[in-house]
Write a protein that binds this ligand. Structure first.
Ligand SMILES: Cc1ncc(COP(=O)(O)O)c(C=O)c1O
Length: 375
């Protein structure tokens, strides 16, 4: 069996027990386990307002929409984002007829605060910061810049489940308006597809909950326990069917118990990789600030000839990956070509090494030796 680049580890028996509970109860939709998981997530992270959704993508859409409505932004207003991310980050801006403007990245592959400040215009309303691979980057400086210029700050925390800074989850920092997590199939906290949106502002959270459930004023679970008036709800907003369900929440609740110890194993593998690649002059390791608390969803190297290395490693049973193409290479964002030259250049040379719970120390050693042989 080749070594995979990403492979989730499910605690199968425990997950099945939790799912069985949903099936036996006859409740697989929103409510019951989704409420339990929201409480568990708030407890784990320190976020005050958390709404379980069917993905991070829909969470980013709601983050942008709620802020646009609350602050009366106009179509065509700008949100500064990164070009090296999964396309959802930037699509979320487009869903609301706003314009992504691309800032360049720093050594951590996160938005570079110096370039961010240069990209601010009279139309800028917000920043979406992606914690790339779980890295917190210079989020503190970005938050200070947003405060200074009166911009809203959305944290795309798709990779950041479990990342901490001095024991604190960075999404809860002062100055971050909303953080959106992903529990998609290969994330550190894997389900099938689901996500969580966490607001600092209670009112934004209240509106988001309604918007995520077709704009309906009462949820089905509480209605099911209220006898004959279950059908008597209003529709307050033109909402969406974005809610998460009990099956995903049951899996998430189980996986959450193991998140910290699994992230610790990720860091152990990263330390071995860092030591193994440190002396190779042709390889640049992508660093992480607070590396002893980073979730390390992804471990990347910057190498001279990425395509050739991918092929050579694949021939040796080691499947690496590429995350992500510069989004301005996609037709819908091609207007942004040249806005972030450093990100563009780095994105041609980035390769993602295998990093997951199924890797043995022998696998890691084999990967280090193979890479050093080929680069
Ligand atoms: C940086 C980033 N943002 C957003 C997403 C979207 O997450 P989801 O698949 O939960 O919608 C992903 C998923 O790969 C991602 O990597």
């Amino acid at each position: 069996m080749p070594i995979q680049v990403l492979k989730p580890k499910f605690h199968v028996d425990e997950c099945l027990d939790a799912v069985r509970e949903c099936l036996e109860k006859g409740w697989t939709g929103m409510g019951f386990k989704t409420v339990e998981f929201e409480e568990a997530w708030k407890n784990y992270t320190g976020h005050k307002h958390a709404i379980f959704l069917n993905s991070n993508t829909v969470g980013l859409h709601l983050a942008v929409k709620v802020l646009k409505d609350q602050y009366a932004w106009s179509d065509g207003d700008e949100i500064i984002s990164t070009p090296i991310t999964f396309v959802s980050t930037n699509l979320a801006i487009e869903y609301e007829n706003l314009q992504p403007v691309f800032a360049d990245v720093d050594e951590f592959l996160c938005i570079d605060p110096a370039d961010l400040e240069k990209k601010i215009s009279s139309k800028t309303r917000a920043v979406i910061f992606v914690g790339y691979g779980g890295r917190v980057g210079q989020l503190d400086k970005v938050a200070a810049i947003c405060k200074k210029h009166g911009l809203k700050l959305i944290l795309d925390a798709a990779h950041m489940s479990g990342t901490k800074v001095n024991g604190v989850i960075p999404g809860t920092w002062d100055g971050i308006d909303v953080a959106v997590y992903s529990f998609q199939a290969v994330k550190n906290l894997a389900t099938g597809d689901s996500g969580m949106i966490c607001w600092a502002d209670e009112e934004a959270g209240r509106i988001t909950r309604k918007l995520s459930w077709c704009g309906i004023s009462k949820d089905t679970y509480s209605r099911s326990n209220k006898g004959t008036y279950a059908w008597k709800y209003d529709v307050d907003y033109v909402g969406y069917k974005y809610n998460g369900n009990a099956i995903m929440a049951a899996i998430a609740l189980t996986q959450l118990k193991y998140l910290d110890e699994e992230n610790e194993r990720r860091r152990e593998i990263v330390r071995k990789y860092n030591e193994g690649f440190r002396r190779n002059k042709k390889i640049t390791i992508v660093p992480a600030p607070y590396e002893n608390e980073c979730s390390y969803h992804l471990y990347e190297l910057i190498v001279p000839d990425r395509e050739s290395l991918l092929n050579k490693l694949s021939e040796q049973g080691i499947n690496c990956g590429v995350h992500y193409r510069d989004n301005t290479e996609y037709k819908v964002f091609s207007y942004g070509e040249g806005q972030a030259p450093k990100a563009h250049e780095i994105s041609q040379h980035l390769i993602t090494m295998p990093l997951h719970m199924w890797l043995t120390d022998e696998d890691v050693e084999k990967i280090i030796q193979a890479v050093n042989r080929e680069v």
